[in-house]
Structures are given as C-alpha cells and as structure tokens.
Design a protein around this ligand. Structure first.
Ligand code: NAD
Ligand code: UDX
Length: 480
C-alpha cells in the first residue's frame, strides 16, 4: 500500500488529502500538523474549516485510510510521498519584508524530513512558493540526507475556498513539475498515477519544476488582475452613469475574454492573491525587472484603492462623518461559503470606519466574534502564522459588536454595508430592516448582490459598486 503523508492540515492540506483518500482507497493518507488544536478539530465533529461537502468525505474516510495526527515524524518516516502544504506567509521583518515569501515553515519541514527519513521519498511542494524554491529544498535535503534519495516535485494547488471539494473532484487541470532526469520523470509518473484515479490523464499537465512553480504565481496574478481591471472600470462607471454589471457582461461574452471573474467588488481578499502577487513583485525586482514588478504591483494598488474608496463613499455620503453612528456590517468572510477571514476586505473597511469613530455591528453566518476581534487587532501580515503563535487574548476593539443575527446587527443602524456575497443576504426582509433603522437609511452594497430598485422603493439611499449613483450620492463630494 502506497503511503502518503501531508505536512500541514490547513485549508489546502485537509481537503486535498481527504479527496485523495476518498478517490484512492488503496492509499493510506496521514495529515500531520504541529498545531494540536487543529489536529484535534480534524478528529472531532467540529472540523477546523468550513467547506461545503468536506465533512461528509472526512466522515467516510477518517479511521479507514485517512488519519490526522500530530506525530509528524512517525508519519513522514513511513511515507513514500510527502506533500508539504505549510503556510508560506509574506515576510514581516528583514530582507524583503512586506513582499518576499517567508519560507521558515517550509525550511523547517524540509529539515525534519531529512532528519527522520530512513527510505527514499518523493517530496511534493503543495504550498505556493517562489519560483526556484525546489532548488533550495533540494539542497537542504541532499546535504542532510545520509544517503537517502529525494525527488522534489512541484504540484501547486488551484482550489478556491468555498468550492474546494468541487474543484478537487473536477479540476480544470492538475499540474506536476519535476526534474528532467530519469528519476525525475519516474517521480512525476508516480504522482500522476495517484491523480489518474479520478482525473482524466489529458488534464494532468507535466512540466519542468520552475514552470510549475511559476505557473501558480502567474495564475493567481492573472485572476486578481481581472478583478482589479473590472474594479478600475467600476470607478469610471460611477463617474459616467455606465453600469459595471452591463459592462462586465458585454466584455465577458467575448469568447477570448470569458465571463468568469469579472464581478466588481469592494476588493479581493483571501490568503493567496495579495501574498502571491507581492511575492511575484519581489521575484521580479530580484531579477532586475522593475517594469514588470511595477506592472503587477498595480493590481494590489487598485485593490487597496477600491477598499479605501468604499470607506470614503460611506463616510462622505453620511454628511462626512460616521462618528458614533452605528454601521452594520453584513458579511466578514473574504467570500461566501467559507469562514475564512484572511485578508478579507472587511478588515480594511472596518478599520477605515473605526478610524472615523463609527460604532460597528457585525454579522457573518460563519465567523466568530473571537476571530473578528483578533483580525481587527492584528498587524498587517501577522495573520498567516500558525494559530498557536497568534495572541490568545487580543485587545478587544470596544467600538465593535458581533451578533449571530442580521436583524439585530442592523437595528438602529444609520447604514448597512454588505461586504460578503452570502446568499442569505439576498433573502433578508429589507422592509423590516429599514423600519428599524435611523433615517435617512443607507445601504452600501460592496458585492452587488442586492436588488437596488426594490431597496430604493422601500426608501433606502443605495450605493452599489459601479452602478449609476443615487441623486443623494451625486450631490455629496465622494473624495474617491
Ligand atoms: P494554513 O495556514 O491553513 O495551513 C498551514 C498549516 O501548516 C497550519 O495548520 C500550520 O500549523 C502547519 N504547519 C506550519 N509549519 C509546519 C511544520 N513545520 N510542520 C507541520 N505543520 C506545520 O494554510 P493553507 O491555506 O492551507 O495554505 C497552505 C499553502 O497552500 C500556502 O502556501 C498557500 O499559499 C497555498 N494555497 C492555499 C490555497 C487556499 O485557498 N487557502 C489555495 C492554493 C494554495
Ligand atoms: C484563489 C484562486 O482562485 C485559487 O485558484 C487559488 O488556489 C487560491 O486563491 P480563493 O482566494 O480561495 O482562491 O477564492 P477566489 O474565488 O479566487 O476569490 C478571491 C477573492 O476575489 C474573493 O474575495 C472574491 O470575493 C473576490 N472576487 C472573485 C471578486 O471580487 N470578483 C470576482 O469576480 C471573483
């Protein structure tokens, strides 16, 4: 029986390995992590991450051919294939701070693999890493190997949160990069056979190591670039009376462009886009390519601009101050169908409103008060470090309250901001919400999910990203 061990039981390691276990009953899969609470949660009824469809798979496979453990060394020692799916955060200090990927967790995993191994292994980069990381990892493994042979593969993960299981069941492609040597080709073939249990062979792309590593950064940069492009258009729409939804549709029906990923929003979030683009920018700078670095940096700049201008729009519409006004926030996760808040635009929007002394009341169906308070008190980039390294009792932001009920969050509020596109927000009783709010009552839809005409009929002053502006908003200087 082939044995797989995955180091890192996070948003990627957990779901990916659960699907491998489900699709390959002849493979034993162990997912290991240094975080005891995380592993305990994987072994409980309350999984550490919310992902539609995940719980069923874990329940089917756990204890049969899927195991979660903190005994990292034992499982690595026994494995034929070791996936490394640890976090690769943006560096917060030292050389490349604020841009470069911090490979501390990766390096310590590689050193541990070299230390404990007693048989040859294939080591798979599952984490997103800077191009050429495999070379560094090879050096660490070779110099500490005691004669054991390691083959490094790059097998970046393309799943998106909220749809992880569907993405893993039916990926657009699986990408495997390896050394172009007989041993390298053999290792690629071994991993290919794992995926071939459920992925059609022509969808398994094999490349050299550096192409695979760079393709992952490139894919995320292209995806984020589409969002920044449509968000840049949304500003122009507001100035001219064009409607960004109509523009996106008209542009996206060109088959060369395609319709996906053209939804204007308050800004993209999530653990990957910003981190990976900053990493790409840093790599370009290190390779003496300042023009290319600037080009990609602009994707982040537009995203920051979009979040700032949303805050400015809220404040300027409400007579240029939100001091002591209750502002309800509907949605805190970075997208629907996940409880993940890493780099969610809600953090920057809330911080902006708090800077103007608003009283904020937040409702998200999947995010706890503890998580929100932690996010709002944490420094930029500190979030992507293992939970056990994060402050246990962060300072509570007193102007913020969190509730499990949208009607309570919006009661007596001057304004409502929709920051995540949860389906349930479309079905709320907005007449009831309006009746219980201060007047004039404002709604700022950062996801373009609400029925603007209906809200206006009820009496709301409505702002929806990239849509023709209400007369009220036109009259208020927007400072965007
Ligand atoms: P995560 O923070 O959820 O999980 C990483 C886990 O690794 C943590 O639980 C941490 O405790 C553990 N870990 C760190 N060092 C360790 C060590 N030395 N030994 C054992 N465990 C260790 O991160 P994630 O979202 O799963 O992302 C992992 C990687 O995959 C990142 O490089 C990310 O960029 C990439 N990625 C993420 C996504 C996504 O949607 N989240 C998608 C594709 C790729
Ligand atoms: C992303 C990539 O899509 C995935 O391939 C990679 O493996 C990890 O990073 P993820 O961050 O989980 O996945 O979610 P994604 O669906 O890409 O959304 C990212 C952000 O962009 C979210 O905040 C989302 O709301 C926003 N977004 C997405 C838009 O604002 N508009 C869109 O049209 C699409």
């Amino acid at each position: 029986m082939v044995k797989i061990c995955c180091i890192g039981a996070g948003y990627v390691g957990g779901p990916t390995m659960a699907v491998i276990a489900l699709k390959c009953p002849d493979i034993e899969v162990a997912v290991v992590d240094i975080s005891v609470p995380r592993i305990n949660a994987w072994n409980s009824d309350q999984l550490p991450i919310y992902e539609p469809g995940l719980e069923d798979i874990v329940k089917q496979c756990r204890g049969k051919n899927l195991f979660f453990s903190t005994d990292v060394e034992k499982h690595v020692r026994e494995a034929d294939i070791v996936f490394v799916s640890v976090n690769t955060p943006t560096k917060t200090t030292g050389l490349g701070a604020g841009k470069a990927a911090d490979l501390t967790y990766w390096e310590s995993a590689a050193r541990m693999i070299a230390d404990v191994s007693v048989s040859d292994k294939i080591v798979v980069e599952k984490s997103t890493v800077p191009v050429k990381t495999a070379e560094a990892i090879e050096k660490i493994l070779m110099h500490n190997s005691k004669g054991i042979k390691f083959q490094i593969l790059s097998n970046p993960e393309f799943l998106a949160e909220g749809t992880a299981i569907a993405d893993l069941f039916n990926p657009d492609r699986v990408l495997i990069g390896g050394r172009e040597t007989p041993e390298g080709f053999k290792a690629v073939q071994t991993l290919k056979e794992v995926y071939a249990n459920w992925v059609p062979e022509d969808q398994i792309i094999t490349t050299n190591l550096w192409s695979a590593e760079l393709s992952k950064l490139a894919a995320n940069a292209f995806l984020a670039q589409r969002i920044s492009s449509v968000n840049a258009m949304s500003v122009l729409c507001e100035s001219t009376g064009a409607d960004v939804t109509q523009v996106s549709y008209a542009v996206g029906t060109d088959s060369r462009i395609g319709s996906k990923f053209l939804n204007a929003s308050v800004g993209f979030g999530g653990s990957c886009f910003q981190k990976d683009i900053l990493n790409l920018v840093y790599i370009c700078q290190c390779n003496g390519l300042p023009e290319v670095a600037e080009y990609w940096k602009q994707v982040i700049k537009i995203n920051d601009y979009q979040k700032n201008r949303f805050v400015n729009r809220v404040v300027s519409s409400m007579f240029n101050t939100v001091s002591n006004k209750k502002v309800a926030i509907l949605g805190f996760a970075f997208k629907k169908d996940t409880g993940d808040t890493r780099e969610t635009p809600a953090i920057d929007v809330c911080k902006g409103l708090l800077g103007d002394k608003a009283q904020i009341s937040i409702y998200d169906p999947q995010v706890t008060e503890e998580q929100i308070q932690r996010d709002l008190s944490m420094k930029k980039f500190d979030w992507d470090h293992p939970l056990h390294l994060q402050p246990m009792s962060p300072t509570t932001v007193k102007q913020v309250s969190v509730t499990w009920d949208a009607y309570e969050a919006t009661k007596d509020a001057h304004a409502v901001c929709v920051l995540t596109e949860w389906d349930e927000f479309k079905a709320l009783d907005y007449q009831k919400i309006y009746d219980n709010m201060q007047k004039p009552a404002f709604i700022f839809d950062g996801r373009n999910v609400l029925n603007v005409d209906k809200l206006r009929e009820i009496g709301f002053i409505v702002y929806s990203i990239g849509k023709p502006l209400d007369a009220w908003l036109k009259d208020m200087p927007a400072f965007v």
